[in-house]
Design a binder for this molecule. Sequence first.
Ligand SMILES: *Cc1c(COP(=O)(O)O)cnc(C)c1O
Length: 363
Amino acid sequence: MVSKIHLSQPNVEELLSTVSFKDANVLNFENALENYLGFDKKVVALNSGTAAMHIALILAGVQKEDFVICQSFTFVASANPILYQRATPIFVDSEIETWSICPLLLEETIKKCIVLNKKPKAIIVNCNYGMPPKIAAIISIAKRYDIKLIEDAASALGASYRDRKCGTFGDFSILSFNENKILTTLGGGALICKSGQDKKRAIYLATQAKEMCNYYQHLEIGYNYRMDKLSAAVGLSELKNIGQYIHTRRKIHLFYTAFFQAIKGITVFNTSDINCVSNHWLICIVVNEKITGFSKEDLRLQLEKDNIESRPLWKPMHLQPVFKDCTYYGASVAEDLFRDGLCLPSGSNLTANDLVTIHNFSK
Ligand SMILES: *Cc1c(COP(=O)(O)O)cnc(C)c1O
């Protein structure tokens, strides 16, 4: 029975016996990530993806009452840090191919904000479930209007757009190494920036904004966001396996795609845009009730009876009670995905047996 989404957890004892417990771990993990991502990026290891998003917003200059455009179809951690800065989120709908922010709507929204004399300070785009956005179009809009682009690549380590890795496209990008992500440090994240200067400032803010002097001197508000040494050691060790993890995810995606081909009205999330190569972090399906005759909720409950956990896709931010007063531009793409979509068990160590169980379920 597939009772839960399996995680690729490293054995901590084994790790401690092989990896030295030193400051160097954090720096080595950052170097290893910089090498992995390429494009001369600077990586700052932090204690969560959410912390990375917060620092990204600060470095992008986001302050009280500034407008920040954010994809509505995302996990709440993309949006919460906007409020940490007391800025104002403006939520925007997705396009149907990658489920990421719709470039047309994005530009329309920027124009509307400019008319209000509130040019947005930053744009947050999310890579959904490991799928790269139509990033070339989004970058060109951000450039045209001179707005900082923040790429939430929390789930997209190893995914790529035109052979360039996700996490390298934003003025600032973030990764998460939370327990459920494709690479875990059991809790952690990273900020990816373009210059050594930004990296230095990010580390400063993440370590309580302590001035370089022999007593405790603080000119600014800082945070306790730096990654710890043990997490970095786990990350360093896990990064060696990332190729294998992605390979397995892709095989699971192929399995589900073949499996659902026989069921009319259920489609497995993928894109026809050949530029976008997903890591298939989580396998998502969309149920067209008019064709299947059952809803995604009917299917979810049936799977639950068989001890197979599935979950609805993100509930869009503009439908969240906590963001009820925020502006939203868009149609119903994100809302439809929430109504019709499910995430299926997709862990890298989902076994052949688990897949057989899922396969047999439909008979
Ligand atoms: C996991 C995730 C985050 C947050 O990362 P944490 O490390 O859990 O703080 C942010 N955005 C998205 C899209 C995520 O999936």
